[in-house]
Design a protein around this ligand. Structure first.
Ligand SMILES: Nc1ncnc2c1ncn2[C@@H]1O[C@H](COP(=O)(O)OP(=O)(O)O)[C@@H](O)[C@H]1O
Ligand SMILES: [Mg+2]
Length: 310
């Protein structure tokens, strides 16, 4: 897959304050790229720079092979932004809101009408075409906000925390529509504080903190950066030395400790749990409980940035 977005050594300052500091990352064509970082990390600022809503001090940015500084108009025409703050006209209907934004991208007449209806259907708002934005629930407004950003069928869709404060149903609808957008050929940059979502939907993830890139890669690559082991803990009140030695000698087992509980360190992709359990059962060792502690994005994030996400 080719890169669709390339951000190279981006620096953005507000006065003396550096909000984005020498940040580089690439987004591949037709992927959902997760942009993850605590509040104030510089996510929105980076997205605003890419969308040409604000300038930048240093670096190079290209979208679809076009340089942002030299070919600003082309780059802008390729992008649809779903902003973090809901940006709707409260007294306009759902249809009128989407039509307004789509018309800014040059759509008119019949093409405009069908694009608006398609976008509303896409986010599950076909039944509320005439409903005023101010009469909609928070989740519906979020979905309408998305429809406004995608009606002109941009090649790159930039979503800045599109699921903040939505109900589970709207969240599901939003997740479904993002998958569909990718299937239809769009490239998506997705920002969220909600870790399960990022895990569910993103092909690759960049973790940023203090305006800098802490790490990027697939979920598996990120997990491996912090640790490549998981610990299996088995509650068994007593156990024979020879069974412990048997487990130690199993392929891939890295370390075994016993202190009331049996703790076994194995690689993340270990597949021999049943062999271990079988050995315990065969030797009459009672097993009360078993759990596995594997790193997840949450613990990885903490390890890489020293911060909790929320
Ligand atoms: N217009 C602005 N003027 C001054 N500082 C700003 C402005 N916009 C954002 N910042 C600061 O830049 C940093 C990054 O903000 P932002 O990009 O909104 O972070 P995020 O989206 O990751 O929460 C924050 O410390 C924020 O206070
Ligand atoms: Mg933000």
């Amino acid at each position: 897959m080719d890169n669709f977005v390339s951000v190279s050594k981006l620096t953005k300052r507000y006065g003396d304050f550096t909000a984005v500091d020498n940040l580089s990352f690439e987004v591949k064509e037709r992927e959902v790229f997760g942009f993850l970082g605590p509040n104030g990390a510089g996510k929105s600022t980076t997205l605003h720079v890419i969308c040409n809503l604000t300038g930048f001090d240093k670096g190079e940015i290209s979208v679809g092979g076009h340089d942002l500084r030299r070919e600003t108009r082309i780059v802008k025409s390729l992008i649809g932004l779903v902003p973090q703050e809901i940006a709707l006209y409260p007294t306009l209907s759902a249809y009128e809101n989407v039509a307004f934004f789509a018309s800014l991208y040059g759509l008119s007449g019949r093409a405009l009408k069908s694009a608006v209806l398609e976008a509303l259907e896409f986010v599950g708002l076909s039944d509320c075409v005439k409903k005023r934005a101010e009469k909609m629930s928070g989740g519906m407004q979020r979905r309408l906000n998305i429809a406004c950003g995608i009606a002109h069928k941009p090649k790159l869709i930039v979503m800045d925390e599109p699921t903040v404060g939505v109900d589970p149903q709207s969240r599901e609808q939003i997740m479904r529509s993002i998958r569909k957008l990718r299937e239809n050929g769009a490239t998506i940059i997705y920002t969220s504080h909600y870790m399960p979502e990022v895990q569910e939907i993103c092909d690759r993830i960049a973790i940023i903190d203090g305006g800098r890139l802490a790490a990027s890669g697939t979920e598996e690559e990120l997990l491996k950066m912090v640790t490549d082991v998981k610990t299996i803990t088995i509650d068994c009140p007593k156990i024979d030395e020879k069974i412990i030695n048997f487990i130690v000698d199993l392929p891939d087992v890295k370390r075994v400790k016993y202190q009331e509980k049996l703790k076994i360190e194995v690689p993340l992709r270990f597949t021999g749990i049943s062999t271990i359990l079988q050995a315990l059962v065969d030797n009459g060792v009672p097993v009360d409980n078993l759990k596995t502690d594997a790193p997840n994005l949450e613990t990885t994030f903490l390890a890489l940035t020293g911060k909790e996400l929320r």
